[in-house]
Design a protein around this ligand. Structure first.
Ligand code: AKG
Ligand code: FE2
Length: 203
């Protein structure tokens, strides 16, 4: 049994979302943030799109730049990250029977002042995204830096009002929730905000 994996799954099942700190060590956060910056400097990042084919770039909805991770071109720290996610997928499949088959992850960089408006991660024609996973790569993040992830939890009964929780994008922290169920948004930050975001998918 892996206590971190267990705590993520427990959070998702009980609260609708799971948060664990130190999913990545301080050294891993620094190394991945460095790789992110090197790849961005090398011109590998693109403005993120919206919709299925990611063709529409609309910075009034989201202002982040992304780069998809690829096992074939991964650096050792990127490969280690993807391997750990693979272990989590195996763990989820052994304990929850979600039938996860695949995953996809991208780096994301939100320049100061950018945001991602309230949305759901599952598109109408892509219901394969089951779980959304976000890992933050920010060192020394302070509350006044902004950049919180707000998650909207639906009321338990039809007339119950939704509840909003906010999560600070602290380096090493992992957040996980059901892609088709929870709407969420990224608030603007006063400094660059770094993460690796991805989806665990069924076939
Ligand atoms: O970075 C975050 O906190 C959330 C990112 C997000 O919602 C997305 O990329 O779909
Ligand atoms: Fe999202």
């Amino acid at each position: 049994m892996n206590p971190q994996f267990e705590s993520i799954i427990d959070g998702v099942l009980v609260e609708g979302y799971g948060v664990v700190d130190d999913f990545l060590s301080h050294d891993e956060v620094i190394a991945l943030a460095n790789r992110l910056h090197e790849r961005r400097q090398a011109g590998q990042f693109k403005a993120a799109g919206i919709g299925n084919q990611q063709i529409t770039v609309e910075n009034t909805i989201r202002g982040d730049e992304i780069l998809w991770l690829d096992h074939d071109t991964a650096t050792p720290e990127e490969a280690a990250f993807l391997d750990r996610i693979g272990e989590f997928v195996d763990y989820v499949n052994r304990t929850c029977y979600l039938g996860l088959r695949d995953f996809e992850f991208h780096y994301a960089l939100y320049p100061p002042g950018t945001f991602y408006k309230r949305h759901l991660d599952q598109f109408r024609s892509d219901s394969r995204r089951k779980l959304s996973v976000i890992c933050y790569l920010n060192t020394d993040w302070k509350e006044e830096d902004g950049g919180q992830l707000a998650v909207f939890l639906p009321g338990e009964t039809t007339d119950a009002t939704e509840r909003e929780i906010t999560i600070q994008p602290l380096g090493g922290r992992l957040v996980c929730f059901e892609s088709g169920r929870l709407e969420h948004e990224v608030r603007p930050a006063s400094r660059e905000r770094l993460s690796i975001t991805g989806w665990l998918k069924t076939e």
